[in-house]
Design a protein around this ligand. Structure first.
Ligand code: PLP
Length: 354
């Protein structure tokens, strides 16, 4: 039986996407060849790559606005360094909202001075700092839209006169935003878009070419753009499956369509966390993530009972990250509302038992 999959990443994909992807492994669109045994330079795969790139821009509302979409390798973690190699000349400002922000800062610091514009480390990252200034003479500002581990999400992005770079690994394509306020967006596929192995990078082209360093070819966005995201062999399965997910999303009415579902799921989840006296939410209410809900049991004595009940209900992947503890329900685009209902039912059943 299919489980209710709340995994934080790699995470749930739509069933129909899994089915189509598995068919393509055996026979890509009746070609008599497998997706993973054809040349990436074949027309069949070049079309897949172009379709995936175009769909990403279309869904984000960034077509014809000077942006390019790339499907790269090395995960979002490679982007921590690649962003700095391509954009950092003198100084950059970083918003520190948790573990992923800190890793991005650490990599950029290998190249130059980084200024932390604000941090919520004083409260174990349970909120999003607000009201900070971003110096207008810096090369760029970097933030993390959704903090997967802590369950916080930026609801209002700052006004920013310099290029704004955003790690959207865990909430890309989940909510309507004016994506043109960002100059560079990156996201590892494995949370809301596809299997692990590729990273979507969306760049406004005119921010490139301004640093003096000689950028290694494979780290150079300009080279990847010029080569149509085929500088080297791309991860064909991850790109194809991401394309299928983007097609699925388009069929549901795009981001605006899925956003309504995501809001329903988050409302249901958080109302249970707030109303059930056995549980306590981790993140500050106004900054709660619609993707990752973090919460704890008030009384740890109930841990074994709760976890046995979760298991019996077929609920998988709700253990919290070691730096926060407790539980984390990841409610990415492909997670059905029914899965959240199943989890909430177990929580209220625990209350009636206790
Ligand atoms: C998972 C995650 C990453 C790391 O992604 P990799 O693809 O494993 O490098 C970076 N940032 C955020 C916000 C994440 O959730």
């Amino acid at each position: 039986m299919k489980k209710h999959n709340f995994s934080a990443g790699p995470s749930i994909l739509p069933q129909e996407v899994l089915l189509k992807a598995s068919e393509a492994i055996m026979d890509l669109e009746n070609s008599g060849l497998s997706l993973i045994e054809i040349s990436h330079r074949s027309k069949a795969f070049v079309d897949i790559m172009e379709n995936a790139r175009a769909l990403a821009l279309e869904l984000l509302g960034l077509e014809g606005k000077g942006y390019k979409a790339l499907f790269l390798q090395g995960g979002a973690s490679t982007q921590f360094l690649m962003v700095a190699l391509n954009l950092l000349e003198k100084r950059a400002g970083y918003l520190n909202t948790g573990a992923w922000s800190q890793k991005a800062i650490k990599e950029a610091q290998k190249l130059d001075d980084i200024y932390e514009v604000a941090s919520s480390e004083n409260a174990n990252f349970n909120y999003i700092p607000k009201g900070y200034d971003i110096p207008s003479d810096y090369d760029y500002f970097h933030c993390t839209s959704n903090n997967t581990i802590f369950g916080t999400q930026i609801k209002q992005f700052p006004k920013c006169d310099i290029p704004m770079v955003c790690d959207m690994s865990s909430d890309i394509f989940s909510r309507s935003l004016d994506f043109s306020q960002f100059d560079l967006i990156y996201a590892g596929a494995q949370k809301n878009m596809g299997p692990a192995g590729t990273t979507l990078v969306v760049i406004k082209e005119d921010i490139l070419g301004k640093v003096s360093r000689d950028i290694p070819s494979i780290m150079d966005y300009k080279i990847h753009i010029k080569q149509g995201s085929m500088f080297n062999t791309p991860p064909v399965f991850a790109v194809y499956t991401s394309m299928l997910t983007l097609e699925w999303l388009k069929g549901l009415g795009g981001i605006a369509g899925i956003e309504k579902e995501n809001e329903k799921k988050a409302r249901l989840m958080y109302s249970e966390i707030d109303l059930n006296p056995l549980f306590k939410g981790f993140a500050a209410k106004e900054d709660r993530s619609n993707m990752n809900a973090t919460f704890n049991l008030v009384n740890d004595n109930l841990k074994d009972t709760f976890e046995t009940m979760l298991k019996e209900a077929g609920i998988s992947g709700v253990n919290g990250h070691r730096s926060v503890g407790g539980y984390r329900a990841s409610m990415y685009n492909a997670l059905p509302l029914d899965s959240v209902k199943a989890l909430v039912e177990v929580m209220s059943e625990l209350e009636s038992k206790a």
